[in-house]
Design a protein around this ligand. Structure first.
Ligand code: BEZ
Length: 250
């Protein structure tokens, strides 16, 4: 993740991101062993794995996140690294990742999958979830329209693949996919509104956009999204998740 993070705000108001990752735990078949949590952020799930008896390392490209996670969980191991360029000496039984792979450009995905294949023991498992095809499609469509209205181009900053695309990539890197599911997960925002969500997650498209234009674009997106995504006094976002369990063959 090259993007910079407002770590304090993420930690206080975006706890729903790691909390949803709890649902992935049951997909892991190993009951013990070495586990790498790729894109661990604040380390909340890394700690959860450690409590469950796994020998964990949390990895994140953000020094601020790793600093926070290390202070909060001093007994655990955390490493600052780009997860698509991570080559530890140790081999792992499990590679886990929640809500991170969509941040890696399509062109970097082969590097990511090659790293993961290199980290895993034969028979080791990759269990991951991230934004899948159609994730936040309404928000991105409204962003694109609002940019175009000002003669600006909105470049989609995320990689949201279909099952077919990701499974065939995994197979190229020696994985056998045992489970893949693309599903809607309507996501209510409780502590933040859509403007704060956009400010936290949509960074690169606004590079070079004047602050006044950015404010107007966000205001347009809020108005356009209200009909579909605001219900009962709350924003409920159109998340679509891709959840995968794959085993390294050789
Ligand atoms: C997600 O699917 O978790 C996500 C995708 C893009 C921005 C923020 C969150």
């Amino acid at each position: 993740m090259a993007d910079s993070w407002n770590v304090k705000k993420y930690d206080s108001d975006f706890g729903f991101v790691p909390e949803y990752g709890e649902g992935l735990f049951n997909l892991i078949e190993a009951k013990e062993g070495k586990l790498a949590d790729l894109g661990c952020g604040t380390g909340m799930l890394t700690k959860r794995f450690s409590d469950a008896g796994f020998d964990v390392v949390g990895v994140d490209s953000s020094e601020e996140f790793i600093s926070l996670a290390s202070q909060r969980y001093p007994g655990l191991k955390f490493v600052v690294s780009d997860i698509s360029d991570f080559h530890p000496e140790d081999k792992f039984d499990i590679v886990f990742s929640n809500a991170v792979f969509h941040w890696i450009d399509r062109t970097r995905q082969p590097f990511l999958l090659s790293c993961i294949a290199g980290m895993l023991k034969t028979g080791g498992e990759l269990v991951c979830e991230f934004g899948g095809f159609g994730n936040n499609a309404k928000i991105h469509a409204h962003l694109s329209e609002a940019f175009e209205r000002r003669n600006l181009h909105y470049k989609m900053p995320f990689f949201f693949p279909t099952i077919g695309e990701y499974v065939s990539m995994l197979e190229k890197y020696g994985f056998m996919v045992r489970y893949a599911n693309l599903f809607d997960r309507p996501t209510p925002l409780s502590r933040i509104d859509l403007a704060e969500w956009i400010d936290m997650f949509i960074k690169r498209p606004f590079d070079g956009v004047l602050p006044d234009d950015k404010d107007k674009i966000i205001s347009d997106v809020l108005s356009a999204s209200k009909k579909d995504l605001f219900c009962g006094g709350q924003w409920i976002l159109d998340y679509v998740r891709l959840r995968i369990r794959a085993v390294k063959l050789l």
